[in-house]
Design a binder for this molecule. Structure first.
Ligand SMILES: Nc1ncnc2c1ncn2[C@@H]1O[C@H](COS(=O)(=O)NC(=O)[C@@H](N)CO)[C@@H](O)[C@H]1O
Length: 143
């Protein structure tokens, strides 16, 4: 799994079109979204993650929380992003892993947003620009 973390003043997105045959079903209001004062996690789920999804989910939640506490972000935004790796997991597995990362962060008490999975989206982001505002993490399952 590849994660790009951007501590931001805001992130906003707008769904444009389906990018895969069976994207995540979404309501009308989920076609647009915005979150302010937020740690945005752009996440590419990789083929290797399919060997141990549970381990990757718990490590991802741990890594994201670790950065959120360092930058004092209470809001986290999970953004499915297929462009941080050339070895992508198939969409069905990726969607499930991302859902579990989202749920895991909520269980830890964070206010969590997410962008819909499987769509082309326009987005705007405002990076805060401090020394820890741009970080990346790579998670590889051992088991
Ligand atoms: N492995 C993955 N990790 C994260 N997001 C993914 C992954 N696979 C698919 N997605 C989601 O599905 C969308 C499209 O994925 S994509 O790989 O860019 N494109 C496609 O799969 C199709 N255009 C066929 O190539 C992405 O924007 C993302 O929302």
């Amino acid at each position: 799994m590849r994660i790009l973390l951007i501590h931001s003043d805001y992130i906003e997105y707008e769904v444009k079109d389906k990018a895969i045959k069976n994207p995540e079903p979404i309501s009308e209001e989920e076609k647009k979204g915005r979150m302010d004062e937020v740690l945005v996690a752009f996440i590419s789920v990789e083929k290797v993650d399919e060997t141990n999804p549970e381990e990757v989910v718990s490590k991802a939640v741990e890594e994201i929380i670790n950065v959120a506490s360092q930058v004092k972000a209470e809001n986290v935004f999970v953004y499915p992003f297929a462009h941080l790796s050339s070895e992508l997991a198939k969409p069905s597995v990726a969607q499930e892993i991302l859902r579990k990362v989202y749920e895991g962060l909520k269980e830890k008490g964070y206010n969590v947003g997410k962008a819909p999975f499987g769509y082309y989206k326009a987005f705007k982001i405002s990076c805060k620009g401090h020394p820890l505002a741009e970080l990346s993490r790579t998670i590889i399952p051992e088991g």
